[in-house]
Design a protein around this ligand. Structure first.
Ligand code: C2E
Ligand code: MG
Ligand code: MG
Length: 698
């Protein structure tokens, strides 16, 4: 049978019976206290009896506790329950729900109370966590740079809940959106995005993925703002959409930064045109899409800009580029994009054009415009056209082709613009040039190669003496892959790549070696004429190095001549003449090669620091084809003599030419009539045998 005592001892609830309560402070005496009370408070019965319950109550809860007791004693309340903390002996506390009520046992036992205590620390912790989560949600929502919402999945996005941030973001208070009171969220979205946002939500709801979308809204003041919406659909137990929940964030600042960044990444700073990176992006995209429409690139490569920058300053050439950009912009459209991929290059990217003819006409138009723009500047250039084949997928290859085509005619001295189509033939030519340059490169670094660069020597005959007075050294290249390559082909490439500097030095060493060999054979007075290109001549230490070589190889400078083509003088007359003077002073013989074909001709011949002019083969040919009485070759000879220059006629192939030249006192001749260029051995043999054509020996 359940007795009170059993219940008292075993109840899973703390029970204490006290005698009297003094709300002012002193504690009531504990009459009985059960083991569960000991368990909750962590204290023994004796300790509890001696301390009393008020003294182990947390000081912060004491006031409320006493107030409740007071109300109980004055009869204002019949019982009370409260949550309060008991201090445990280890300093920690425990939350308990205490219920205190008077216990009326008999008349003389007034002031007896029963106090029930339940440990609620766990609930208290949950409550605290809940409070914290509510608080942080509040904090989060009030600081959100945008609005949080819950809405119906309908065509208006009818709002069930809108956070306060709505006002800052949209200019409308949250209430005006709730249940579409004044307007719906649909009205706030910029019309052109509405359908896309709706479709995206439908997709999201169908797939159950989170929603993430950027679009623009119109605020109450009519301003447009970029927003990012993040959300998700909430489903009920039947799997139907109950609501949409999410946040709408203001990203206009990020958008503005993004736009500026995008502009900077895609545009050239100086001209505002699209840049190289964007050209690559656009091409990669279009090649990937493999659309059927015709596509082509037209590259414009301006020359002389560098030269101008040196002569007139950076700003001047920059302004010219800007002017060119502005002028070319008139041609750009959405089917003809204009780029500035490099300093002095422009590229048009054309799509959807008719045919090749349209490209050529377009380029011709551009040429006319550029020539008109640059009439007063020494600017010309190359225009390259590359049609993009439908199966082309390599942007690098395309851009390389464009460069090859547009560079084809750059570097010539002209101030005009030439157009070059990229085709199979150009490709073969370019590959051949690459092979030649590769061979020259190997030779330059003495790479163990079967490609060779060597010299042949063409005799020069003095017409008065009737004797060979020297040889012109002519370079020959033979490569394993290409066989013999003409100097007409490899010398310009060596010049373009500047390989002519080291190669030229090898040539000089070989030629001086031959001169020494001739001396050994007893031919002391013979000279060697070396062809020197402008690149070599203008190289700062050319005279110094040449003279050092001459000294090292112990040859007499008076047995050395150099040939400079006449066109060189068009380049930088003053500096060329200064260098020639220095060499001439050292005893070196100076000849102007290919005379009569270049720029300056007779007007400037007077000032040229030269000993000799070599009359171009063109004038020797005239002596065969034209009426001898009308030939001007004799005038060139007498003019040269008047200016104190010797004359050598080049390309003499027939006796009739030789006779004319002799009659008009040309000093020396060179040509197949006497001999083709010879190897060293052949040349010495030629000297020994003196196998000369009739009429040459005096
Ligand atoms: P160039 O200095 O005017 O040389 C004369 C060219 O005419 C040589 O051609 C020569 O072989 C050729 N020739 C000589 N006599 C006759 C003739 O009677 N009839 C015909 N049809 N041709 C004749 P090559 O050897 O092919 O050289 C071509 C050009 O290459 C040279 O013209 C010269 O400007 C350049 N070159 C050759 N060797 C060197 C070199 O070592 N250094 C430099 N910088 N240029 C060189
Ligand atoms: Mg020559
Ligand atoms: Mg010549």
């Amino acid at each position: 049978m359940l007795t009170f005592d059993m219940f008292f001892q075993q109840a899973p609830i703390g029970i204490a019976i006290t005698q009297g309560y003094d709300p002012q402070g002193s504690d009531a005496a504990i009459v009985m206290i059960n083991p569960e009370y000991e368990e909750i408070t962590g204290r023994k019965k004796e300790e509890l009896i001696s301390l009393g319950l008020a003294r182990i109550t947390h000081p912060d809860d004491l006031e409320g506790y006493r107030e409740n007791l007071r109300r109980l004693q004055t009869g204002e309340s019949r019982a009370f329950s409260m949550k309060k903390r008991y201090l445990k002996p280890d300093g920690s506390d425990v939350w308990v729900l205490v219920t205190v009520a008077p216990l009326t046992l008999s008349e003389d036992q007034q002031g007896t109370y029963i106090c029930l205590a339940v440990d609620v620390s766990e609930c208290k912790a949950i409550e605290a966590a809940l409070q914290e989560s509510e608080r942080s949600k509040e904090v989060f929502l009030s600081h959100l740079p945008g609005l949080a919402y819950r809405c119906n999945f309908d065509e208006n996005w009818t709002m069930q809940y809108v956070s306060d941030g709505c006002f800052n973001l949209t200019g409308y208070p949250p209430e005006s959106l709730l249940n579409n009171r004044d307007l719906s969220y649909y009205d706030i979205i910029v019309p052109e995005y509405r359908e896309a946002v709706q479709q995206e939500w439908e997709r999201i709801v169908a797939t159950g993925q989170p929603f993430k979308y950027e679009y623009e809204i119109i605020t109450a003041s009519g301003e447009k703002k970029w927003v990012l919406e993040l959300g998700q659909a909430v489903f009920n137990a039947d799997g139907e959409v109950e609501a949409l929940e999410g946040i709408v964030l203001d990203i206009s600042d990020c958008k503005a930064i993004e736009d500026t960044l995008k502009y900077t990444i895609e545009h050239d700073r100086w001209t505002g045109l699209y840049n190289r990176e964007y050209l690559i992006t656009v091409l990669e995209r279009d090649l990937r899409e493999k659309k059927e429409t015709k596509k082509a690139l037209i590259g414009i490569n301006l020359n002389m800009i560098q030269l101008l920058a040196v002569n007139y300053g950076f700003q001047h050439s920059q302004n010219l580029i800007k002017k060119a950009a502005e002028t070319l912009s008139q041609y750009s459209s959405d089917k003809c994009l204009l780029f500035r991929p490099r300093e002095n290059r422009f590229v048009f990217y054309l799509t959807d054009y008719q045919d090749k003819k349209e490209l050529v006409d377009f380029s011709a138009d551009v040429v006319k415009t550029l020539e008109a723009l640059f009439v007063s500047e020494r600017i010309g250039g190359g225009i390259g056209i590359v049609e993009i084949e439908p199966d082309q997928d390599d942007v690098d290859v395309l851009l390389r082709r464009l460069l090859v085509a547009s560079e084809r005619f750059v570097g010539s001295f002209g101030r005009d613009f030439k157009i070059c189509f990229y085709d199979g033939e150009l490709e073969r030519l370019v590959n051949r040039e690459r092979d030649i340059v590769e061979a020259l490169n190997k030779i330059t670094v003495d790479y163990d190669t079967r490609d060779e660069l060597y010299l042949v020597y063409q005799p020069v005959v003095d017409l008065k003496k009737g004797a060979v007075v020297g040889f012109e050294a002519l370079a020959r290249l033979k490569t394993e892959k290409l066989g013999p390559v003409s100097p007409q082909e490899f010398i310009p490439l060596a010049e373009k790549t500047k390989l002519i500097i080291p190669l030229g030095e090898k040539i000089i060493v070989q030629a001086l070696g031959f001169l020494n060999k001739l001396k050994e054979e007893g031919y002391d007075d013979l000279s060697i004429l070396l062809n020197i290109s402008i690149i070599q001549l203008l190289h700062p230490d050319f005279p110094e190095r040449l003279l050092a070589l001459i000294k090292r190889m112990q040859v007499d400078p008076r047995n050395i001549g150099i040939e400079i083509t006449e066109s060189v003088f068009a380049n930088d007359y003053e500096s060329v003449n200064k260098i020639l003077e220095e060499l001439r002073t050292a005893g070196i013989y100076i000849a102007i090669d290919d005379f009569g074909t270049g720029y300056s001709s007779l007007t400037r011949e007077k000032e040229m620091m030269a000993d000799c002019i070599k009359i171009d083969k063109y004038f020797a040919d005239e002596l065969v084809e034209a009426d001898l009485d009308r030939a001007i070759t004799c005038d060139i000879i007498s003019m040269a003599h008047k200016l104190g220059h010797e004359t050598i006629a080049e390309g003499v192939e027939q006796l009739v030419q030789l006779r004319y030249l002799k009659r008009h006192s040309c000093d020396k001749v060179q040509g197949y009539l006497i001999s083709k260029p010879l190897s060293e051995g052949e040349a010495i043999k030629f000297l020994e045998e003196g196998n000369w054509p009739v009429g040459l020996k005096p």
